[in-house]
Design a protein around this ligand. Sequence first.
Ligand SMILES: [Zn+2]
Length: 286
Amino acid sequence: MRRFAPVLLTVFLSLGLLACDPGGTCPQCPAAEPAECPKPKVKTKVVPSGPAPAVDNGDIKLTFAEPKSAHLKRFKDQLSSSKLFAKVVDGINDTIALPRDAAVLVSECGRIDAYYEAKAPGVVICYELAEHFESLFKGRAKGKELERMVTGAVFFAFFHELGHALVDQLKLPITGKEEDAVDQLAAVILIESGSGIEMALDGARAFLLNDAKGYSANDFWGEHSFEKQRYYSIVCMAYGAAPKKRAVLSGGKNGLPKERAVGCPAEYARIKTSWQTLLADHAKAD
Ligand SMILES: [Zn+2]
């Protein structure tokens, strides 16, 4: 886990989401040295030239509330002691220009949930969600490995909700389901961070295990894709980012069928480039 944290600090800049794109014209990096911003190698401009660097008028403010229920206290200790939330929030505050402050509250909610409200309270991650993930994973892991999986799945949910906050605050254009788009953002950030890949897969595993509960009517008219579809989409992205390295994700029980796996490298490349483009004009000037 410690290995993962420093990577997340620079996730947006060093992992390419906002960095100079060698294939683009690098308009978002006006002060970049030539070596950091090589001449375009292709004619197609990946990142469009945008307005002047965005003005930063806000930060993400992170709070871990003390749960009232004694059985949830260990989740507060577990999540806050990982330091991951604070480090990622700092990394985003350092790289993304927000028009106003956005709160991230980790709290007892009285239900299993994670959500984003445009006004107060902002992003909310419920301790009950961590408890739910633990119940899903406890047949497959225990001890530190179980803690790692729970933290990973919570972290995926955190990036998903943060995606909603970015879409709202930055007025990002989204076609298709916003729920799918922010799943993709969460997966891209974690996959590009290298060791965060397991967190993306923990999020996917939670969807797979949740799917076993069966369907109700609102699954068909709701905003979210089916849990098992969300599982396969994340696995497709993880596989597509490095198909040789992650060949184990293709085939076998719960692996990608060959018919889907073959398109995953192109699918992942398109999704990653799309998020680069969407966020490029919102990088902080300094
Ligand atoms: Zn959502």
